[in-house]
Design a binder for this molecule. Structure first.
Ligand code: IPE
Ligand code: IPE
Ligand code: MG
Length: 258
């Protein structure tokens, strides 16, 4: 029986050298989950988990840049996360502002362009200002595109696109027969991103939580039982190795691909 590549058990610590550079996923998206449980396990408050998650972000961004993955998208704050206690939201926003301030240099050093998807105008003004500043100061970088999903919800993204297209139909800018997948895609926040190739979620939860619903139509999914603050380069490599061991058929038969 074939080994299910999604369930390969790794018995050694993998490094970036183990990755096949010819078969890199072009777009990796990550649902960074489990900060709260990581902290709770240590008898600490949730904020402690968020603080420690920042290092995982830094290391993951750096590893993906070294591998020359063209697009990395990180789910940092969902539309539903606004329903969390205000103190937790405030801490997350503060961590975000500090990280943006601190990491501008690193982004430029690695030639990374920062972009964002989501209803970013609803973020606190300090965050919005810092975010737009870092985005404009990195817009000429030609290496990896790092996209932060902030105040992001996929249904909201699709709803907004439908509203914009409906307005264009009403104003005779576009006719209904001409609405195709490309037109829909151009109206999404993530219009500048290709489809997701590999979606990783940490913390053991096996759900999508309103992330990139349109863009993951044919993504390979990888769920890992590690809380986000413990996520390191070897975990990233294992996810990519699992991806590289899969056959992406896009509806065809295996024979057709060969
Ligand atoms: C992910 O960790 C961070 C955000 C959603 C902002 P969580 O805060 O969701 O941690 P758990 O899932 O409660 O452990
Ligand atoms: C998803 O994690 C959102 C982010 C990682 C930013 P959640 O922790 O909010 O997801 P649910 O509520 O467990 O599905
Ligand atoms: Mg969570």
């Amino acid at each position: 029986m074939d080994v299910n590549p999604a369930r390969i058990v790794f018995n050694k610590m993998h490094t970036l050298e183990d990755v096949d550079k010819e078969k890199l996923p072009q777009h990796v998206a990550i649902i960074m989950d489990g900060n709260g449980r990581w902290a709770k396990q240590r008898g600490k408050i949730r904020m402690f988990g968020h603080e420690n998650g920042v290092e995982s972000v830094n290391q993951t961004v750096e590893s993906c840049a070294k591998l020359q993955i063209p697009f990395l998208t990180l789910y940092a704050f969902s539309t539903e996360n606004w329903n969390r206690p205000k103190t937790e939201i405030d801490t997350l926003m503060k961590l975000l502002v500090n990280a943006l301030k601190r990491e501008l240099k690193t982004l430029n050093k690695h030639n990374i362009r920062l972009r964002a998807i989501g209803k970013i105008e609803t973020l606190p003004s300090k965050v919005y200002k810092e975010l737009t500043e870092v985005m404009s100061k990195t817009e000429n970088n030609s290496g990896m595109t790092l996209t932060l999903a902030l105040s992001y919800g996929s249904r909201e993204e699709i709803k907004t696109a439908v509203q914009q297209i409906a307005t264009k139909v009403k104003n005779n800018i576009i006719s209904p027969e001409n609405i195709d997948e490309t037109v829909i895609n151009t109206h999404l926040y993530a219009h500048f991103l290709p489809d997701v190739d590999l979606l990783i979620r940490t913390s053991g939860e096996c759900r999508i939580s309103n992330f990139l619903l349109w863009q993951i139509a044919y993504a390979e999914l990888y769920f890992i039982d590690v809380f986000w603050p413990d996520f390191r380069e070897n975990h990233l490599v294992e996810a990519i190795l699992s991806y590289q061991n899969r056959e992406r058929r896009f509806g065809k038969t295996s024979e057709q691909l060969n």
